[in-house]
Every structure is written in C-alpha cells, then in structure tokens.
Design a protein around this ligand. Sequence first.
Ligand SMILES: [Mn+2]
Length: 326
Amino acid sequence: MGSIFPPCDERLLDAIRNASGAVILAHKNPDGDAIASSLAMAAILERMGKRTMLLNDGPFLRSDIRGFECLFRKEADDDFLSSSPLVIVLDCSTPDRPGEAFRKIENLERIVIDHHSSGVPFTKEGMSYIVPKSPSTTLCINEVRKALGIDLDEEIARYLYLGFATDSGFYHFLSSETAPDALEAAASFCRAGVSPYDVYDELHDGRKLSDIKDMAKVIESAEPVLGGRFLLAYQSADMKDGKLSDGVYASLLETEGILGVALLKDKEGTVEIGLRSKHKSGVDVGKAAASIGGGGHMHAAGATVEGSMDKARETILSVLEPLIRE
Ligand SMILES: [Mn+2]
C-alpha cells in the first residue's frame, strides 16, 4: 500500500522558500492540532532563517493549549505586514474559519495546509497541501518539512506529535489505511525525543472539578432521537470548559445501538452544533455539517447556526434524518 501522503506541489514549496517571512494562523476556537500546527510551522520557518508572526482569534478555552496563548496575537502588526510576508493558513477548510484575524491579511499571497474533507480550497492552484486522509494537520506539515529538507529536532517533533495525538484521540481514530504512515511519523517524533507518556499526562491534567461536573450535566441531558439512532445533548451558555465536549462525545458514543451524537452548545444568539458518528456507522456527519454551512470530517464535524436551541434542534434533526436513511 502506498503512502496516504501525496508529494507536495513545488509551487507551494517555492512560496515558502522564497518568503521573507510568514504570518501563520489556524482556526478560531483553536484545538490542539490548530495550535501545534502553528507552532510547528513557525519552528520550521525559523530554522530556515525566516521571521514569523503567529495569529489566532482565540479564545484559548482548552486547558491543553492555554499555556501557549501568550505566543499568539489577535491581529497582524503593520510593520511586519509591510515586508509582504507569506500567509500560511493551517487546519482550516473554509476562509471563515480563521475568523477576524484573517481579515487584514486576506489579500496577501497565501498557502493552505489542512486535512479536512469538506470545504473549498481558498488559494491558488498548487498553493495548498490538503490531505483529507491525514489524521492531523501536523502530519501534513511533517511532509512539507521533509520536502523542504528541514531536520526533525525535539521542539518540532513535540509540536508535530501534539497535534497528531490530540486529533487522533490518542490513536483512536486511526484506520488500517491511515495508521501505518501516521504511526511511522509518530515513531520518528519519539526518536527525536518525544515521550507519549509525558504528553498524555500534560494534556490530561489541570481541569477544574466544576468543569468535570458540567460534563456530567451535559451527559445527563442526552435524549435519543430519530428512532433511537442518534443522541442529542445540550450545553448551556454558562459552561465554558473547552474540553468538556471531548468527554461528552467519548462517553455518549459508547451507547449501544446509536450511530452518532449531536451536541448543541448555547452561545447566546447562536448555537454551535458538534457532530460525531461511530466509525462503523457509515454516517458522514461532515456532509451534514456542510449542508448547514459548517464543515469537518466524516466522523467529526461542526456548524454554527443562528437562533434558539429549539430552532437548532429542528435544523439538525432535518439534516441528520436523510443521512440515517441512506
Ligand atoms: Mn485538525
């Protein structure tokens, strides 16, 4: 079996080689992969002697990335922009994903590196490296690193591993097709000095007891819908823990007989809908999310809709129903 990673386009590699510097940004409301991708890309460019600026709209809600917030700015500074840096967009399937931070730099030359299956490429031909089969954006960046001939040092390896470990749910979401390349890459990160044990411990510590109890409340709210084939759960506006949903999905997806879970988060005026489907379900929640303006992957996706919880509930039921019948 060949690699899941196609070769990188020379035009993209040249854009990086020829850049004087780069503004690097990933999606708002960042997760581990978004932040780790940004840090890995910056470290690679710095090894090439280039100046970098890291942007992210935030908020940095998740306990596993909060410590990195101080490295990111919300807006590019004009001085830096005057040198016409290359813009590197990571882990974003659509141009609205980076949020406000993107607005000031959307006219500069950009490249996109990502692993989402839905969404439209929003850069010139040859200027993206999008591998939907890749378990994380950091593994795509690892391919770009190799093509650029940059050595794997411990710092770069740590960021690359961090994005891979979090986005793969610590190897849960790897298939027999994606695992060989992913785990080979992971092995190379460990040879460079990464300890999976330490990374796991660092990521699974530091949450408040009240946040863990909020998770229990959300699980308590779960209701079976669509003939018991999906669960809907509800998160109220006062719950702020960024990792709350990870635990909710992991627990609820263990329910027998269901195909997937939808989590509706009240954001006061809008509702954020998170979708997960079981690996064996065959239900493409990425498609469901895309049909209401969101995006994601086959088994993990999300969208934001305007209006009340009741309206969001109606919307999500209407897009899930035909998928389940397929
Ligand atoms: Mn990702």
